[in-house]
Design a binder for this molecule. Structure first.
Ligand code: RP5
Length: 160
C-alpha cells in the first residue's frame, strides 16, 4: 500500500457523514488518504501541527470540512503551503450553510482556500484527483475515463 497523499479533515464527528462522500470518491480513483476529526477551535494546536508537517509526511492536498464559524480550512491554509480545498457544511444550528460558506471562502489574498459548494464534499475530492492527475499518469487516465463515462451515460440516456 502506498503512502496517503490526501488528508480529509473535519471539525466534528457530526461532519463525518457528509465528508465520507469525499472519501468514497478518492476510493473510486484508488487515492490513498486519511480521515481526521480535528477542530480549529477545540484542538487548535493539533490542527497547526498537522498542517505544518503534512507536506513532509507526503500529503499533496488537504480537504477540510466544517460548519458554522468554519475556520478549519483557513487554519490549514495558514500553516501549510499545500493546496487546501474547503467544504462548507450545514449544521443543525447553523444558518443553512451560508455561515460556513462565507467563513470558508472569504480568505485574505495570498492564503487561499479553494471552496466548493455547501456540503459539496464529492467535488472537493474530484478537485483533489485533478490536482494529483497532473503528476500521476494512472490517476490521469482514470479521471479522463470517468469524464468520458459521464458524457457517454448522459448521451445514452438522451437517446433512449
Ligand atoms: C463545527 O461546528 C463543526 O465542523 C460542525 O459542523 C459544527 C457543529 O459541531 P458539533 O457541535 O456537532 O461538534 O465546528
Amino acid at each position: 500500500m502506498s503512502k496517503p497523499v490526501v488528508a480529509i479533515l473535519m471539525g466534528s464527528q457530526s461532519d463525518k457523514d457528509v465528508m465520507k462522500k469525499a472519501s468514497d470518491v478518492l476510493n473510486e480513483f484508488g487515492v490513498e488518504h486519511t480521515f481526521h476529526v480535528m477542530s480549529a477551535h477545540r484542538l487548535p494546536d493539533q490542527v497547526a501541527d498537522f498542517a505544518s508537517h503534512a507536506e513532509e509526511r507526503g500529503y499533496k492536498v488537504l480537504i477540510g470540512g466544517a460548519g458554522m464559524a468554519a475556520h478549519l480550512c483557513g487554519a490549514l491554509a495558514a500553516h501549510s503551503t499545500l493546496p487546501v480545498i474547503g467544504v462548507p457544511l450545514t449544521s443543525q444550528i447553523g444558518l443553512g450553510g451560508l455561515d460556513s460558506l462565507l467563513s470558508t471562502v472569504q480568505m485574505p489574498k495570498g492564503v487561499p482556500v479553494a471552496t466548493v459548494a455547501v456540503d459539496g464534499s464529492a467535488n472537493a475530492a474530484y478537485i483533489a484527483v485533478q490536482i494529483l492527475a497532473l503528476s500521476d499518469a494512472g490517476i490521469n487516465a482514470k479521471y479522463k475515463a470517468f469524464k468520458a463515462g459521464q458524457r457517454d451515460k448522459l448521451l445514452s440516456e438522451m437517446a433512449s
